[in-house]
Write a protein that binds this ligand. Structure first.
Ligand SMILES: [Zn+2]
Ligand SMILES: [Zn+2]
Length: 271
């Protein structure tokens, strides 16, 4: 049985449809024996009506300077889950300019909301949530979209491709991820949407993704995508899939603190 000691994709109540504080999440991580926790609240237009205003993202850009590196024995990293919003792999906030600080002091050099929010973070997960912009896209275009999102600054992980349902070439994406030393994710939350059945579409897609990663030697990140502290560190359905495909433990970047910090370093992402 896989003994996974990191949870690399989790949410606090700042995601607005999640329910726990960072302390409750760290406590839960400590209780279940995790070595490393990454808090990755949504960075997206879904939370705030005034979504272009940098004041609404203080919970993201101040966390790297505020949180302890180690809390209750758990190594704590700060990140976010940014929405992919365009077929060229554009991420939320890259087209929104920020010209002043939250107290109104003008910046010498204007920046973008993406850069302003993510620059001190450990990493970004790029995921698809709203997918209406992909409606007329071809398989090649959507494959390319994921690869370009993974190439963006700070992005370490492509989030839950199994769940997105988009018809893409997993092999091409896994090969690109491998060449960039970046990670593809399978997360437990994907199976929460009436998807517990072994033959559900999401399960089939996640299984296929894992098989391809095992085949070509692409590292993966296993996470919960927990939206409440009680789910932190519980990977039961995902572990079943890993077992079914006999996934090599050496390709699980999130296996433990050492393997994950090594993977983060290998990606070249700096905070
Ligand atoms: Zn969410
Ligand atoms: Zn998430």
């Amino acid at each position: 049985m896989y003994d996974i000691k990191c949870d690399t994709h989790t949410h606090t109540l700042y995601s607005r449809h999640a329910y726990s504080t960072i302390k409750e999440n760290v406590e839960a991580a400590s209780e279940v024996g995790l070595e490393l926790l990454v808090s990755t609240d949504h960075f997206s237009g879904m939370q705030w009506t005034d979504y272009k205003n940098s004041k609404n993202y203080q919970y993201l850009f101040t966390s790297p300077m505020t949180w302890p590196d180690v809390w209750m024995g758990v190594r704590l990293l700060s990140g976010c889950e940014a929405d992919i919003v365009g077929l060229n792999g554009e991420l939320f906030g890259q087209d929104i300019s920020v010209t002043e600080s939250i107290v109104g002091d003008p910046f010498k050099v204007p920046t973008t909301l993406y850069e302003h929010t993510t620059k001190n973070m450990d990493y970004v997960i790029a995921s698809i949530h709203g997918k209406s912009f992909t409606k007329d896209a071809t398989r090649n275009q959507m494959t390319d979209m994921y690869i370009k999102a993974l190439q963006q600054e700070k992005v370490l992980i492509l989030g839950h491709m199994g769940r997105s349902g988009l018809d893409v070439d997993f092999k091409a994406i896994a090969e690109a991820a491998k060449s960039m030393n970046k990670l593809l994710e399978v997360n437990e939350h994907s199976f929460d949407f009436g998807e517990k059945k072994t033959d559900s579409i999401t399960k089939r897609r996640c299984r296929e993704l894992l098989e391809i990663c095992a085949d070509i030697g692409c590292h993966v990140s296993i996470a919960t995508d927990a939206h409440i502290s009680t789910l932190i560190g519980h990977f039961d359905e995902t572990k079943k899939l890993l077992e079914e495909v006999h996934f090599p433990e050496g390709l699980i970047a999130s296996l433990n603190k050492k393997t994950f910090l090594e993977a983060l370093k290998a990606s070249g992402i700096k905070n």
